[in-house]
Every structure is written in structure tokens, then in C-alpha cells.
Design a protein around this ligand. Structure first.
Ligand code: 1PZ
Length: 214
């Protein structure tokens, strides 16, 4: 069997978030997108019912990659430089989507909100009882985070998809990081980095009053 497909593990994906933090505590965009691409790959491996979710994530990843491949690529090296560049050049729609419907700032905010869901979900997975249902952990994390930004129809579709999630043990096996204990240890190692990336971005967006971008 081809190695690439066989060796896929969530460990590398979560470790990508560690690589996001620069020495100046800025968040690098490339490893952030790499982390998201790995998550999308993992999500797709869980079944076609999740494809409406992964498609939206892919669209957003591609928008930001587009900026990273443009003439202005240097401005999009970190989330900090992106915010500074787009705001000082009037490239962000602040009240209503119009001239700049797909700014880097509003697009990344959607991924940032989803990162909060991921944080809660992985933490739930790590601390849940052995017989806990993945679907319950997932919907609890969703309702405490992303659901607040989604209209009814999307919330409904998400809830239906969550029912298709495998039981916790199978889910942990799908992560491909070894035994349940090893998977737990990996989550314990990776979560602080995800939390840190989330926190820094949240503070930056709050400081510039960007948390409600349309
Ligand atoms: C393991 C189970 C995975 C569950 C994933 C939980 C997230 C459910 C999100 C459902 C949203 C799907 C459809 C699209 C929604 C968009 O309207 C919104 C807002 O964007 P806008 O319309 O303003 O442009 N998009 C989002 O909120 C981004 C959602 C990204 C979700 C990525 C999940 C990655 C999961 C990794 C799994 C390990």
C-alpha cells in the first residue's frame, strides 16, 4: 500500500499548530493552513456525510492561500501582519459584506471560530469517560462555540452529521496515533499549542474589534 495514505496520523496535523508560533509570539499563516488541511483530510476520512463541512473549510483555506500566492504574499506571512495590512489599506468590510467580501481577516475569523470548537472537542475527547459518545462530545462542543454563529439550517445539518461519528474508541483508532493511552498523551501534548494559537488570535482580533466581522 502507498505509504502516504497508510501513514496518515492526526499527530502530525496537531503538531503543525506548534509550528505556527513564531519567537515573537506571532501566528504564522502557512503552518496554520497546513494544520487545517490535515484536519480536512482527517474529516474526509470519516465519511462523505462530512463533505459539506470540509468543502467550506477548503474554500476558506484556498482564499487565504490565494493571498499567500499573490504579489502581496509577504503581508500575509503572519496573522498579525495580515490584520495590519488589510486594515491600514481599507481592505476589510467592517459592517456589511460589500467591496471586500473575502478579506483575509473575515475568512480567517471563520477558521479561528472553528479552532475553538476543535479545542473544546479534543479536550472533551481526552477527558470523557470510556463509554462516552463521540457524537455527544462533538455536539456539546459545537453548541458551546460555532453554533452561535450558524443559522438554523446549518446547525441542523451539522447535528445530523454528528450522529454518523463512530464511537469514541473507534474514533481514537482512526486518529492513527497508537493505543488509546498514546492517543490521550498526544492530545495532552498538542492541545496547549492549539489553545495558545487560539488565544493569541482572539486577543489580536479583540484588540482591533474584528471579532464580529460580517
Ligand atoms: C469530527 C467531526 C467534525 C465536526 C465539525 C464541526 C464543525 C461543524 C461546522 C459546520 C459548518 C459547515 C458549513 C458551512 C458553514 C459556513 O456558513 C460557516 C461560516 O462561513 P461564511 O458563511 O460566513 O462564509 N463556516 C464556518 O463556520 C467554518 C467551518 C469550518 C469547519 C471545519 C471543521 C474541521 C473539522 C476537523 C475535524 C477533526
Amino acid at each position: 500500500m502507498a505509504e502516504g495514505a497508510d501513514m496518515f496520523s492526526l499527530r502530525e496535523v496537531l503538531v503543525a499548530f506548534k509550528g505556527c508560533l513564531s519567537e515573537q509570539q506571532e501566528v504564522r499563516v502557512d503552518p496554520y493552513l497546513e494544520g487545517w488541511k490535515g484536519l480536512v483530510r482527517f474529516l474526509n476520512s470519516l465519511g462523505a456525510i462530512f463533505s459539506f463541512i470540509s468543502k467550506d473549510a477548503v474554500t476558506k483555506i484556498q482564499i487565504i492561500e490565494g493571498y499567500r500566492n499573490s504579489d502581496q504574499r509577504e503581508k500575509y506571512l503572519t496573522i498579525q501582519s495580515m490584520v495590519e495590512y488589510e486594515l491600514s489599506n481599507g481592505l476589510v468590510d467592517l459592517d456589511k459584506r460589500s467591496e471586500h467580501p473575502d478579506s483575509g481577516c473575515r475568512t480567517l475569523l471563520r477558521l479561528h471560530r472553528a479552532l475553538h470548537w476543535l479545542q473544546l472537542f479534543l479536550e472533551g475527547l481526552r477527558t470523557a469517560k470510556e463509554d462516552a459518545k463521540t457524537s455527544v462530545i462533538c455536539s456539546d462542543s459545537y453548541n458551546a462555540s460555532l453554533a452561535n454563529y450558524h443559522p438554523w439550517i446549518i446547525r441542523k445539518a451539522a447535528m445530523v452529521a454528528f450522529y454518523a461519528l463512530p464511537p469514541r474508541n473507534t474514533f481514537l483508532e482512526n486518529m492513527n496515533v497508537g493505543t488509546t493511552e498514546e492517543a490521550m498523551a498526544m492530545l495532552g501534548d498538542a492541545l496547549p499549542f492549539i489553545c495558545k494559537v487560539y488565544e493569541i488570535t482572539e486577543d489580536l482580533y479583540a484588540q482591533h474589534k474584528l471579532l464580529g466581522l460580517p
